[in-house]
Design a protein around this ligand. Structure first.
Ligand code: AMP
Ligand code: MG
Length: 535
């Protein structure tokens, strides 16, 4: 299907371009258009075939009902059985605006719109383009968010185009949506009004008019969810999203460690940060300018700004090819309730907890698994293993390093060579218990970071286990060039060659640990700030 793009004045001042769009809508076509919350994908709500096409275009599950959009409050009456006093009160207070109300549906509303439910969800958007378009169409417009099902809702024309090009008749470009999260869905049928989905209208605002208002908590273990959309994977970019919790300082600290772990392993990382915590990621960014993106969502005190950038932030992960997205969390007041709801849904429950737990709990020191690889696993990598364990304790005590060594062509069960034992014994380390082992896929999957002695070892691993190639680095690479090239093989060359190899390993591994520590404690970031302010 060819999708027509119609660029209009965002203030709805020129309706000439909207008239044909409204005509397409009225006759059963699909038209995506901007609203003040997010972009919507609209169809004539009174035509079941047209509404069915929305589900097809989005890949939306059939049992997820749509919101019917009207351009004036009078349009509600024919769609519902009854309009309660409470409904009139909130409509007067908050319409047009980001508030969706549930009503008992009349026979005029086709069951496909409400997914067979006896209630219909209705709202009047506060966007001149949406209002004019619906008004000109002269029919109520069923419109879910204009994204492919499961993805974050689009807040710009560009994001809408990415998802729906070729799937709908028209996309109206009316500039970015202002609010950025979807409407608040409110059930006012019971004695106490209940928010089924937090959104663009805050709980505090609703309470100021209605008094008591409750927020539906999650999905009940039995029976249907209060708002069907809540049971679906939602707002999810391709990369897994991790949500960090705790005070702003705790969040920055925990997030840094997690980011460093992924970055050291060669992953691409997107951090969604509050404005306040941006400096906390400066050192990380300096170390990984290519593979780390830090996106500023906005100040914790300006949640409207955060909301408006949230979905494009999540979508940014797909655009930059991020392997993992790490997001801060925000205070649950005002729009924060909706922001946190979307972030929790996007993360699917993956949380990162503060590092320093209260003393009565076992300390949750972040851990990192490092695998060291040489050829026979009797000289270089066993020395590296005991050295790294020791250096790690001193150089980066904040992170728990688990260390193992393996060989790319190891005869299993061999002890370390006498020379290797003597070389590390000088450092008070013991290799007498070591038994050589061949590297396996299991070892690579265990490791966060694989360090090889030479380029050739790296090549061997990458060829043998291509899916883990992102984790593998030579010591020279992992140390940021602290050791020049390959750590040469001392086998058969006597004690002096082993001592040289040991010294080289010490230099390289110390640099690896320093890098880990520097980025995780963000020492450079802090220093830079001081430097700047001193100038
Ligand atoms: P969307 O427009 O994509 O944000 O989705 C609309 C959401 O509104 C659905 O996923 C539901 O959670 C909610 N909704 C729509 N109609 C009803 C209804 N009749 N009862 C409860 N929730 C509804
Ligand atoms: Mg949606």
């Amino acid at each position: 299907m060819e999708t027509k793009i119609v660029k209009v004045d965002p203030f709805g001042r020129d309706e000439s371009l909207l008239i044909p769009c409204a005509e397409v809508l009225r006759r059963g076509g699909l038209v995506a258009f901007p609203t003040e919350t997010v972009y919507g994908l609209g169809a004539n709500a009174l035509m079941p075939e047209a509404v069915s096409r929305i589900f097809e275009a989005k890949g939306r599950p059939q049992d997820n009902p749509l919101i019917v959009h009207v351009s004036r409050p009078e349009a509600v009456a024919p769609l519902v059985r009854d309009i309660s006093k409470a409904a009139i009160l909130v409509m007067e207070a908050f319409w047009p605006g980001p508030l969706t109300l549930l009503f008992a549906r009349s026979d005029l509303v086709p069951p496909v719109v409400t997914a067979g439910l006896p209630t219909v969800a209705i709202r009047m958007p506060d966007h001149p383009v949406a209002q004019r378009l619906i008004d000109l169409a002269g029919v109520p417009v069923a419109a879910p968010s204009a994204n492919l099902s499961g993805k974050p809702s689009p807040t710009t024309f560009e994001d809408t185009l990415k998802d729906l090009k070729g799937r709908v008749d028209i996309i109206v470009d009316g500039g970015p949506s202002g609010i950025g999260v979807e409407s608040t869905v409110l059930d006012i049928s019971g004695p106490v009004p209940k928010i089924l989905r937090p959104g663009g209208l805050s709980l505090e605002d609703l309470r100021s008019v209605l008094g008591e208002v409750e927020v539906a908590s999650g999905i009940p273990s039995q029976g249907p969810p209060p708002s069907p959309g809540m049971k679906y994977r939602h707002y999810a970019p391709k990369a897994p999203v991790f949500l960090v919790i705790g005070s702003p300082e705790e969040q920055a600290e925990a997030l840094r460690l997690h980011a460093a772990k992924h970055l050291l392993a060669g992953k691409r990382v997107l951090i969604l940060s509050s404005s306040e915590n941006l400096p906390a990621y400066a050192a990380l960014k300096e170390n990984w300018p290519e593979s780390l993106t830090v996106l500023e969502l906005g100040p914790r005190e300006d949640l409207a700004r955060v909301a408006s950038r949230l979905f494009s932030g999540l979508r940014h992960g797909d655009e930059t090819g991020a392997d993992v997205i790490l997001s801060e969390s925000f205070p649950e007041k005002g729009l924060g309730l909706a922001i946190q709801n979307r972030l929790e849904r996007a993360s699917g429950g993956r949380t990162i907890k503060p590092i320093a737990e209260p003393p009565h709990k076992s300390p949750a020191r972040p851990e990192m698994n490092v695998l060291l690889v040489c050829t026979g696993n009797t000289c270089r990598s066993p020395m590296a293993e005991v050295l790294l364990r020791e250096i790690g304790k001193a150089e980066c005590p904040e992170i728990g390093l688990n260390v193992m060594s393996r060989g790319t062509a190891a005869a299993g069960g061999m002890p370390a060579t006498q020379e290797a034992m003597r070389a590390v014994a000088e450092r008070g380390l013991d290799l007498s218990e070591h038994k050589s082992r061949m590297v396996s896929e299991k070892d690579l999957s265990w490791a966060d970071l694989v360090i090889t002695m030479t380029k050739a070892h790296k090549r061997t691993l990458v060829e043998r286990y291509p899916s883990y190639s992102g984790k593998v680095a030579t010591l020279s690479e992992a140390s940021g060039g602290a050791v020049g090239g390959d750590v040469s093989d001392p086998f058969g060359l006597g004690d002096p060659a082993y001592l040289r190899a040991r010294d080289e390993l010490e230099v390289g591994l110390r640099a690896v640990c320093e890098r880990i520590r520097r980025v995780t404690s963000n020492r450079d970031g802090g220093k830079q700030d001081e430097d700047r302010s001193g100038k």
